[in-house]
Design a protein. Structure first.
Length: 631
């Protein structure tokens, strides 16, 4: 999801090659795309005919050929993507994990991608069923996108920035290895396998140093603020010591499946690995960042100041949004959306009993205790109450709900300072590990009670939790549709899910109504600020000031947001553009079908094929509308 070719926002990442992971969001591994001139043609649109699903005995020979290709690609991709496999709850050999960030892994990813595109060119798309045409088009987009960022010109810009404070295995590893994370800790065999996997952490972090040194040599380096934040993250982790280290959490308590006589040896072995391998690796990375990399880091924060950064940003905008949009036009759209939302905000402000200018009301929101939690318990109880209200509404809006449970937890203390207000961590495909909605209790005075409903709808249900869980639970889909995705769809759906709070009656309270407008304002400001930073040379302070002037955000959140845009250029644009696309498709379906429109069936169509590029989703919805209208 980043220009590194891999992000796992707590939602989930696309099925493209990945090398790094972000602890925050959802999971999206998103490789970038080339500038428009170098872009392969978009897949042809799917004809608007009645839909049918070709599975099992009803498959055509061409369908079977495509499915065989997709299965073969999935096997190859899984072998080249150990991080994704870990997040999916699969076993990964330590020697495979140790290859992350290596040049050999990149070469094999490139060869595999070319192999898949060559095989896809031999598939006759016209002979595929409508459902398999969707798979064909989505797969073509994914592989062309992956291929573009595996080319030498873009690799030279991306691979030398393998980690930052928002997108880095230095923060993902503690969460992965901790008990309750992505790994299973149920039997002695699980413990031994995970102990071996822990041994791969050191070579991965050392290889990250190699990549960062290459960037120093070529002049492509991270901003100083990102480097300082990474140093702070490592310091916070090391300050926990062995007593509180997340790497040792599995051996503080054991499940019943581990016999008593195995526990002491495991405790000793884990302690030796953390002391002898993991902590020294983090200390090496910290020393390199502080002594070598930070002095070479750039003071600028945008891609416009990086050699080749302008073309890279245009490519990332297209990749993250899956749309042929220009950064300048996105900036203008953002300015218009900010103005529109401010008009709505003025009305809600009056409902809350205030008549001061909006900018002054933002200061009121920041200062008035009634708008902020008094304790972490306020947040815990509030989110539990919201979850119950949403659960009661689900049957009115969805034909299917996930089997995977959703749990609500605060961020661990070592992560909270560097996280946004909330995020989602996906559950396992077999629904045995729940999805987690994380909320932030750091600096409570900067948190708002007003945004709780919209945050839960986005990160939890029916946002990321529904979209990700329903896809990966659907075994009829090819793996890349079950587990892959793109930012525009994944985050666009989650932002669209926020709007369902209106018909659900969840925004009848002006406090929560204000909160959803404030969050919508955030997504609109992102269009302005992301393009401002990376396309127009805005400074960090300029971006923060814009956000504070046009919303009720606290400074802590505004700074965290801006630093996120600095870390993952273009990704923040996809939310609003993705949501606007889904809203436009819904309005089209409502207009075409009139009283026959069923919101549950529409949502089933949007969610039923996994996370699609927006043009492929639009073609699918048009086909569905035509089929419904013909009945």
């Amino acid at each position: 999801m980043t220009f590194r070719g891999h992000i796992r926002l707590a939602a989930r990442l696309a099925g493209m090659p990945r090398a790094a992971i972000a602890l925050a969001l959802a999971a999206l591994a998103l490789a970038g795309v080339p500038a428009r001139a170098a872009m392969a043609p978009d897949p042809a649109p799917i004809a608007a005919t009645a839909s049918s699903t070709a599975t099992g005995p009803g498959e055509s020979a061409e369908d079977r050929r495509l499915m065989a290709l997709l299965a073969d690609d999935a096997r190859r991709s899984e072998a080249l993507d150990p991080i994704d496999r870990i997040y999916r709850g699969e076993h990964v050999a330590p020697e495979v994990l140790a290859e992350v960030f290596s040049a050999s892994l990149s070469r094999r990813q490139l060869a595999s991608t070319r192999q898949s595109l060559g095989a896809l060119a031999r598939i006759d798309r016209r002979r595929l069923s409508p459902e398999r045409q969707i798979s064909h088009d989505a797969f073509a987009w994914e592989k062309r996108t992956a291929l573009a960022f595996l080319q030498p010109d873009l690799r030279a810009l991306t691979e030398v920035q393998p980690i930052n404070h928002f997108d880095g295995l230095q923060t993902a590893f503690p969460a992965i290895m901790a008990r309750g994370g992505s790994l299973r800790f149920e039997t002695t065999a699980d413990y031994r396998a995970n102990l071996a996997l822990m041994g791969a952490i050191a070579p991965v972090l050392d290889q990250a140093i190699v990549r960062l040194r290459e960037g120093m040599a070529s002049g492509v380096v991270e901003p100083g603020l990102t480097v300082r934040a990474m140093i702070g993250q490592i310091d916070a982790l090391l300050a926990l010591g062995l007593a509180e280290s997340p790497f040792l959490s599995p051996v503080r308590e054991f499940p019943a499946g581990v016999p008593e006589d195995a526990r002491a040896p495991l405790r000793e072995a884990y302690g030796a690995a953390v002391r002898g391998q993991v902590i020294p690796a983090y200390q090496r990375l910290r020393r390199f960042l502080a002594e070598d990399y930070l002095p070479a880091a750039r003071e600028s924060v945008g891609l416009a100041q990086v050699p080749g950064g302008g073309a890279l940003y245009r490519a990332l905008v297209r990749q993250h949004t899956t749309l042929a949009v220009d950064p300048d036009s996105v900036h203008q759209l953002g300015l218009a959306e900010v103005a529109r939302i401010q008009q709505e905000m003025a009305g809600v402000e009056r409902e809350l009993g205030y008549t001061v200018p909006l900018r002054a009301f933002f200061d009121v929101l920041r200062a008035e205790p009634r708008f902020h939690p008094a304790s972490a318990a306020d947040l815990a109880q509030g989110y539990a109450r919201i979850a119950r209200a949403v659960d009661a509404q689900v049957p009115r809006y969805f034909l299917n709900a996930p089997r995977t449970r959703l749990v609500i937890e605060p961020y661990p203390a070592y992560r909270a300072r560097y996280e946004a207000g909330g995020s989602y961590n996906q559950g396992s495909a077999d629904a045995t590990r729940p999805g987690v909605f994380f909320y932030n209790t750091y600096d409570l005075k900067s948190r708002f009670l007003t945004g709780m409903t919209t945050l839960f709808l986005h990160e939890g249900a029916p946002g990321h939790h529904f979209q990700i869980s329903l896809a990966q639970e659907n075994t009829a889909l090819p793996d890349f549709q079950r587990f892959g995705g793109n930012t525009a769809y994944v985050e666009g759906w989650a932002l669209y899910a926020e709007t369902l709070g209106y018909p659900m009656g969840l925004y009848a309270d002006p406090m929560q109504h204000w909160g959803t407008l404030d969050d919508e304002m955030l997504r609109a400001m992102r269009l302005v600020v992301d393009t401002g930073i990376h396309g127009m040379g805005w400074s960090k302070d300029q971006a923060v000031d814009y956000m504070l002037a046009n919303s009720g955000m606290g400074r802590t959140d505004a700074v965290a947001e801006v630093e996120r845009y600095i870390a993952i250029p273009g990704q923040a644009l996809a939310y609003k553009l993705g949501a606007l696309t889904i809203q436009r498709l819904r309005a089209r379906a409502e207009a075409a079908l009139g009283p026959r429109f069923d919101i549950r069936a529409f949502h089933e169509q949007v969610l039923g094929s996994g996370a699609l590029p927006l043009p492929v989703l639009e073609a699918k919805i048009d086909r569905w509308i035509a089929g419904q209208a013909a009945r």
